[in-house]
Each structure stands twice: as C-alpha cells, then as structure tokens.
Write a protein that binds this ligand. Structure first.
Ligand SMILES: C[S@@+](CC[C@H](N)C(=O)[O-])C[C@H]1O[C@@H](n2cnc3c(N)ncnc32)[C@H](O)[C@@H]1O
Length: 222
C-alpha cells in the first residue's frame, strides 16, 4: 500500500496554508526546484529541519544526500556561520548543487562528491546535526558512521523512513521495493534499540526519525 501522504490530505493542505518557516528570500528557489521535479525534501521535512536548526543552532552540519543543494542552502541561510558538509554521488545533480551554492554565496558549504558509504568513514566529527536523506536501502549501513560522527547532544534526522506507508503496512507496492521496506524496518529497529540514541518516529512527510545522541556520564568517559 503506497500513500500520497501519511497524514490525511485535508490536514496536510491546511498546514501548508499556514505561514511557513522557510526564509522568504528562498521562496523563488523553492518554487524552481519543486516545479523542476527535483527530489528535494517536502515542505513538512523542511519545516522540521528549520525548526531543529533554530533550536539547536548547530556549528557543524553533515547532510547525506545533497541533490541540487536546496536543503543545504536553506540550513546555511537559517544558521549563519554554520559549516555544512554535504555528500552527493549523482553526477547529474552535482553541477546544479555547485551553481546554487555560488548563487546564494554559501562558501561555508563543502560538497563531497561520491558514495556516502565510501566518504563517511573518512570524515571527522563531531557534527551538531546530521540530516540523512539519501539511498533508503543503505540507511542501516550508514548508521554506525552517523552515530560516530554525531556530537553528544547532537541531533540526527532521517527522512523517508516510512516510505509512503509501505514500512508500516509491512509490504511494498511492488516487488522491487521489498528490499527497501525490509531495510527501513531494520533501520527503525536499530535506531530505537541503540542505547546511545534517544529516537522518536514522526509520521510526517514520508516518515521522519528524530534522534538525539545521549551525553556520556563522567563515569562513562573515564
Ligand atoms: C531526496 S534527495 C536529497 C534532497 C536534499 N536533501 C534536499 O532536500 O535538497 C536524495 C539524494 O541523495 C543522493 N544519494 C542517494 N544515495 C547516495 C549515496 N549512497 N551517496 C551519496 N548520495 C546519494 C541522490 O543522488 C539524491 O540526489
């Protein structure tokens, strides 16, 4: 069973009529990327991401899944002075992402070109916020690296964890999505069972897992 949205459409439509947290200066950019059909984060995912950036005021952010740089430019706009590292493997997206970083003068965004599975082990933390929005079938593989790279008290947000209702329904809408559904189910159990994290799963957007890395007690540090 695949759903267009996880919350009922009337509620979603109503929520989208309310004033948004998106910076006014990026409304034209948002219109451009959405009308061009790039797979950028939904308005609900962006609202939560901006809210978390505002609350946490991160100094360093890691994003896995740049696309054309929409969410990275937005985070850089709402967190002035932040350093953002973002990873993208698709050569079709990379030139547009670079153009967008230059267009909005975001010199504080570093684009890592290549597969996150290869790049993540070579990065050094800590990051105050990690936004995982890439190949859903790979999420269980990325998890140990994300936890390693996350600061104590840092926020870890994962998008698309319910995959249009297919994870909660327990079955994919077509045979080739079976692996993704299995991996996302595995990922959610790994997240919830990980004693280093506190995680809640929100049925907004395409399903968002919101985790915070537990702070070590003085005893655990020695
Ligand atoms: C949903 S889009 C990201 C949207 C972006 N966060 C935004 O809102 O502007 C996912 C992106 O992740 C990239 N991606 C998927 N698997 C990846 C991997 N293993 N390593 C790096 N990038 C990957 C895809 O090419 C795609 O551009």
């Amino acid at each position: 069973m695949a759903l267009d949205c996880l919350i009922d459409p009337v509620t979603e439509r109503y929520l989208r009529t309310l004033p948004s947290l998106m910076p006014e200066s990026l409304s034209e950019f948002e219109e451009e990327v959405r009308s061009a059909g790039f797979p950028v984060s939904s308005p609900e995912a962006m609202e939560l991401l901006i809210f978390l950036c505002t609350v946490r005021q991160p100094k360093r952010i890691l994003e896995i899944g740049t696309c054309v740089g929409f969410s990275a430019v937005t985070m850089a706009t709402v967190c002035p002075g932040v350093q953002i590292d973002t990873i993208e493997r698709n050569p079709a997206m990379i030139p547009d992402a670079k153009k967008n970083f230059a267009r909005f003068q975001k010199e504080n965004i570093t684009l890592f070109e290549g597969d996150a599975a290869v790049i993540l082990p070579n990065l050094s933390g800590p990051y105050d916020l990690i936004y995982l929005d890439a190949a859903k079938g790979q999420y269980p593989t990325y998890l140990p690296e994300c936890v390693r790279l996350l600061a104590e008290g840092g926020i870890f947000l994962t998008d698309d964890v319910l995959f249009r209702g297919q994870v909660s329904a327990g079955k994919p809408d077509c045979h080739r999505n079976q692996t993704i559904v299995n991996r996302l189910d595995e990922y959610l159990h790994l997240l919830k069972q990980d004693s280093r994290l506190t995680t809640t799963v929100l049925p907004i957007s395409d399903g968002m897992a919101l985790s915070v890395k537990r702070r070590c007690t003085p005893d655990e540090k020695t």
